[in-house]
Design a protein around this ligand. Structure first.
Ligand SMILES: [Zn+2]
Length: 464
């Protein structure tokens, strides 16, 4: 009996020691990865008192035994040997990474442009959000998303894209799956603006253009003015496109342009009543905690998930904003899945003036966490740039981390012009110094506090 207990204890002890020397590789997550870059990074964790080597090079273990290490990659198969030794117990792991030799890209021959020669070709959009682009390619810049039943005249075709016939300096292309099969008409029917009306409600000022039928339009914002151009609509100077310019004496907040039957509506969010002593009072703010549920986001070197860090920052921010009198809505306050467009819709349905999406950053395989880290803020539309700058500058200063700039990025959470939309990448999940801070609840509170301060500063600039 005693012998049995002794053996069991020894076995248990051995297990414990072995478990302590265990190497947990987090990145790359697959046992065999293909990385077409000169180097990649390895992240994971082991016993905090162990000695860790990767390809015989001693690797620093950070707080809690986490490691982040960059390894160079040769062409072909790379066997990366990870060794952890603790109390005489060692564990070895081998990571296999394949690096392919660059193959000279076969230059795909662009399909020839076929000009229409049979009178005028007429088509209508068949989907809402039919994207018009600058070039006949999915990677080309978006110009506008048109609603269903917008009338388009077609100039010609290149591959799967139709070129929209419009006079002007820009080109407009639309994918064939977004429009009806073009049919030939004897001549183009010129649309007209029959009337323009302006009106307001609690949240918005409206400009309604009564058109003969829905046409291609663009909206361009610069500083405090907006140009709404309706293509093919004759203006009173004999031009082929009608541009309506709105000038404001205050910065432009959220705006949308959409059709209601044949009539184009431009609506601009009203500047709410501002109280200098309590700048966030009554301000509608949407807070989005990135990822959630089965969408874990980036996984840190000891497997703390980005989704949970984002959620905690968001919950702190929601509380602070509510205490400051803001009218807050949010995508989630629990660990649940939420679709990107569901989030965007919720922000809009709540008439939010500002939308803030909270994330923490990660690197692609070829990146080096020791070189790329810090705080950054993403925006897409001009009306969000000032807010992006304010948040980024304050975060870098308040958190005492690297200022990684603002970035113009076409994300679901930044693309909409209403609300004013930014996406915050507070810090990097793969840079040990920042990751260790992110795991600290106090630091997450500091992030929320800094964002709240930026929102106050931004709102105060509007009252000037
Ligand atoms: Zn994220």
């Amino acid at each position: 009996m005693i012998r049995n207990i002794f053996i069991t204890t020894c076995v248990l002890l051995l297990f414990t020691i072995q478990a302590q020397a265990k190497i947990d590789i987090v990145h790359p997550s697959a046992s065999q990865a293909t990385v077409n870059a000169p180097s990649t990074y390895i992240t994971g964790n082991t016993n905090k008192n162990a000695t860790l080597t990767i390809n015989s090079e001693k690797v620093k273990l950070w707080e809690g035994g986490i490691f982040v290490h960059n390894v160079p990659l040769e062409y072909g198969i790379n066997k990366i040997k990870v060794k952890s030794v603790h109390s005489g117990i060692r564990e070895n792991k081998v990571i296999i990474i394949k690096r392919n030799k660059p193959v000279p890209k076969a230059i795909a021959k662009a399909p020839a442009y076929k000009q229409n020669t049979t009178g005028v070709l007429y088509a209508k959009t068949i989907n809402d959000d039919s994207t018009v682009r600058e070039k006949p390619s999915i990677s080309s810049q978006r110009v506008i998303d048109l609603p269903v039943n917008t009338v388009l005249y077609i100039d010609g075709q290149q591959g799967n894209y139709y070129k929209i016939q419009e006079n002007g300096s820009s080109e407009f292309w639309i994918h064939k799956t977004n429009i009806t099969t073009p049919v030939a008409l004897a001549k183009r029917i010129t649309p007209q603006i029959k009337n323009i009306k302006t009106y307001s409600d609690k949240n918005y000022d409206y400009y309604k253009f009564y058109l003969t039928y829905p046409v291609l339009y663009t909206v361009k914002q610069q500083d405090n003015s907006v140009n709404i151009t309706m293509y093919g609509v004759k203006d009173n100077k004999g031009g082929n496109n009608y541009t309506y310019t709105l000038n404001f004496d205050k910065p432009i907040l959220g705006y949308d342009c959409y059709y209601q039957d044949n009539n184009l509506i431009f609506r601009k969010a009203k500047l709410p009543d501002l109280y200098n002593a309590q700048p966030l009072k009554g301000i509608k703010i949407f807070v989005d905690a990135g990822h959630g549920g089965t969408e874990k986001g980036t996984i840190g070197p000891d497997r703390v998930c980005e989704k949970n860090i984002n959620l905690d920052i968001a919950k702190n921010l929601i509380k602070m904003l509510q205490e400051a009198g803001a009218d807050v809505s949010y995508s989630r306050i629990t660990d649940k899945n939420a679709g990107l467009y569901e989030r965007v819709k919720k922000a809009k349905d709540n008439n939010a003036l500002i939308s803030i999406s909270i994330h923490n950053n990660s690197l692609p395989y070829g990146g080096n966490p020791y070189l790329t880290h810090g705080t950054e803020v993403h925006y897409y539309n001009e009306n969000a740039k000032a807010l992006a700058v304010t948040i980024k500058t304050n975060l870098a200063k308040d958190l005492n981390i690297k200022d990684n700039g603002i970035h113009k990025s076409s994300f679901a959470m930044t693309r909409q012009t209403n609300p004013v939309s930014v996406l915050v990448e507070a810090a990097y999940m793969q840079y040990p110094e920042e990751y260790i801070k992110l795991k600290n609840p106090q630091f997450r509170k500091e992030i929320a506090k800094s964002i709240k301060k930026s929102l106050e500063e931004y709102i105060l600039t509007l009252s000037k």
